[in-house]
Design a protein. Structure first.
Length: 333
């Protein structure tokens, strides 16, 4: 199953965590979002695509609604405005912000996450015990609600005038010797998750995915693919759910492993199915390979197994777009 990535993809909605009030003010003033020179920053940059929507998350409040107009990774961004270089208290590593989104203001508001409209994100925050993430993806219901809050954005943002700079395309490698942060980042399970989620955001890809398992009660057009959903028993890597639930809210949790799946991964996914309850329409474990014991356990618990392959050589640096284009999913069980 290998179909084009971006065609017919609906816009996604993300809340971007901001660490300080100063950084929030800079983001709002200049219509920019910036992500650090870390694997987490690169992951966020690849998750959020042009045409998606974002709000800023600070002080348990959502700030404004923006459409992503442009994405760029800037070489030498440590010497460029607007955000100061930061040093992590825990690791003592220094980070700057090469991964940036140019934002088009859409709506203006400052709203508490306690509002029912932000329940999907608030639940994620509560179950995670705080932010501890660069971003949170919200569902289409949340985007529809945010699109009616506050008022239309009035004034224009103050675009930065930067000295001449060069951009680069972030690449990823599984070989440590190739890593050159931020231009070449390690290929992590989070990057694989992001590629699979975007793959399933394509309606044709999602239809093929559903057909592998004979799921008839759900149409691909009625579903959305969401990243990292927190539950009491852990974090679902990818959650398929109905965009507009009517009478029921069917879901399909997907667990992703970059290497061989293990029996404990099947058990973890089965616990998610149990927690989601009768509205869970199925579950899938995606991995590079599966042992016989894992296959037997998945079969006994009704877990679908999917093998992913990448038609790229990750021993050399590879762009995220090439990873997405080289991704294929095939049913094992």
């Amino acid at each position: 199953m290998q179909i084009g990535l971006q065609k017919h993809r609906a816009a996604s909605y993300f809340l971007v965590s901001v660490s300080t009030r100063l950084n929030l003010d800079l983001c709002i003033r200049h219509g920019l979002a910036g992500f650090p020179s870390s694997p987490g920053g690169a992951w966020t940059f690849e998750e959020i695509q042009e045409g998606d929507f974002v709000s800023f998350l600070y002080g348990a409040k959502a700030h404004n609604l923006y459409r992503v107009a442009k994405r760029e990774a800037i070489r030498g961004a440590h010497a460029l405005l607007p955000w100061p270089v930061i040093t992590s208290r825990e690791s003592q590593k220094t980070y700057y912000f090469p991964f940036r989104l140019v934002l088009e203001p859409t709506r203006q508001f400052t709203e508490s996450l306690v509002r029912q409209e932000f329940a999907y994100v608030a639940e994620n925050l509560l179950l995670r015990g705080g932010y501890r993430k660069t971003h949170f993806q919200a569902d289409q219901t949340t985007l529809q609600s945010a699109s009616q809050l506050g008022e239309l954005a009035g004034g224009k943002v103050e675009r930065l005038t930067l000295s001449p700079y060069e951009t680069f395309v972030p690449k990823y490698s599984a070989k440590k010797e190739e890593i050159k942060i931020p231009e070449v980042m390690p290929f992590t399970e989070l990057i694989l998750q992001a590629a699979i989620r975007l793959h399933l955001c394509n309606e044709a890809n999602l239809a093929s995915f559903l057909s592998m398992f004979g799921i008839q009660e759900l149409a691909a057009a009625s579903l959305e693919a969401l990243g990292e959903k927190a539950l009491l028993r852990g974090h679902i890597d990818i959650l398929l759910k109905e965009r507009v639930p009517v009478g029921s809210a069917l879901t399909i949790p997907i667990e992703v492993k970059s290497r061989a799946a293990q029996q404990k991964d099947v058990a973890q996914l089965a616990s998610y199915v149990e927690e989601l309850g009768p509205e869970c329409a199925g579950a899938a474990l995606v991995a590079a390979k599966f042992g016989k014991a894992t296959i037997r356990q998945a079969s006994s618990q009704g877990i679908k197994l999917v093998r992913y392959t990448l038609d790229v050589d990750l021993s050399s640096p590879v762009a995220f777009g090439a990873i997405c284009r080289g991704l294929s999913l095939q049913a094992v069980l």
